[in-house]
Write a protein that binds this ligand. Structure first.
Ligand code: FNR
Length: 350
């Protein structure tokens, strides 16, 4: 069986170069058209993108979503992306810290505070792992990298296709509730590409989770990535469920309706996508795959260029909708397409 480090390397290689995104489904941000303003009365260079998030000041409402750790390639990517986050004032998350929980020698592959002392830094661990750990053990994951909050990832879709994946998901709700009570930092409940549904959001809200990361369907599909690694029978299953999940745009609105703090993510590829996620009510916008691809092939320089393009596209969208602030962007006039309207109307279990 492959080690966790082998698996991390497989994941990075596949995501960097293969087609790992949704096929027939979109994240439905394409169903959000913001009205153009021909008379914006906005100075594009004076637009203030800064926002407070989990006790840190961001210079733009963008998160480099947690991806990696636990392998030598992962260390380079984490450090380069964290450095760019520091330079640009963005939030940054590490990938699952499960590998370092098992093997302390891997801790350095997650440590970025020396290059990124001021960023909003998010730790990461799976809900299934949390159910088998003491709060002290989880607290150590947070403390040893100096994280400001902990993402607990929810990924039953991925696990069911992953050859060595978990199959028993009982106890996760209680485990997250315990962490919310006992951990010294905020807990963020995070999907990994299948989106948070109304029912899941109701449960998270009931147990006191304050921040969620939608990671909706329509972007990187972890069911798809695992299908590529799986033996034939699981591969067929992975193909069948490739696009499974709640589209990002719907998940953002469901979470906003419940007054949760929202990281809108899942298939965002440009600053224009980030703007539409924020217009739907996200506090900040998260992206994973485009940052990985920029950094994997072109290092910190590639990531810097991608980040600069993102902020200028976000600013441009704001100027062209007459939005001088992020709050005005959230109020910007829009047309919502019929497919997204139907997802929004299906939110009946409030
Ligand atoms: C991820 N993602 C992820 N999520 C998580 O909570 N823990 C993890 O360890 C990882 N690992 C990981 C590796 C790589 C290479 C990628 C591309 C992604 C999921 C990620 O945070 C995000 O939720 C999804 O990828 C959806 O966003 P994008 O990629 O469509 O922008």
């Amino acid at each position: 069986t492959p080690t966790i480090s082998d698996r991390k390397r497989d994941h990075l290689e596949l995501c960097a170069d293969q087609d790992v995104e949704a096929r027939a489904k979109t994240n439905l941000l394409d169903a959000v058209e913001l009205f153009h303003s021909s008379l914006p009365e906005v100075d594009v260079d004076a637009i203030d993108l800064s926002v407070e998030f989990l006790g840190r000041q961001l210079q733009a409402p963008l998160l480099i979503t947690g991806m990696t750790g636990g392998a030598p390639e992962a260390e380079r990517i984490n450090r380069e992306l964290a450095l760019v986050a520091q330079e640009m004032g963005l939030a940054f998350g590490v990938g699952s810290q499960r590998a370092m929980a098992r093997d302390r020698a891997l801790l350095s592959t997650y440590q970025v505070r020396d290059v990124a002392p001021d960023i909003c830094l998010l730790g990461n661990i799976g809900a299934v792992q949390v159910a088998a750990m003491s709060t002290d053990e989880v607290e150590d994951l947070v403390g040893s990298i100096g994280a400001d909050a902990l993402c607990v990832h929810l990924n039953p879709g991925q696990e069911l296709i992953q050859p060595e994946g978990d199959r028993d998901f009982r106890g996760c709700i209680d485990a997250i509730a315990r962490l919310v009570e006992e951990l010294s930092v905020p807990v963020i409940a995070k999907e990994t590409g299948c989106g948070l549904s109304p029912g899941t959001l109701n449960t998270l809200q009931k147990i006191g989770v304050g921040t969620v990361d939608t990671s909706g369907a329509g972007g990187t599909t972890w069911i798809g990535v695992e299908a590529m690694r799986a033996p034939a029978d699981q591969q067929t299953l992975g193909e069948l469920f490739w696009d499974w999940g709640v589209p990002t745009a719907a998940s953002i609105v469901y979470a906003r309706r419940r007054d949760l703090q929202v990281i809108g993510s899942g298939g965002l590829r440009t600053g224009y996508d980030a703007a539409r996620a924020i217009a739907l009510g996200a506090d900040i916008a998260g992206m994973a795959l485009p940052w990985l691809r920029a950094c994997y092939h072109e290092g910190a320089e590639g990531a810097r260029a991608f980040g600069a393009h993102c902020t200028s596209a976000l600013r441009t969208t704001m100027a062209l909708t007459g939005s001088a602030t992020l709050d005005e962007l959230r109020q910007a006039p829009r047309m919502i397409g019929p497919r997204l309207e139907r997802w929004l109307a299906a939110d009946t279990c409030r």
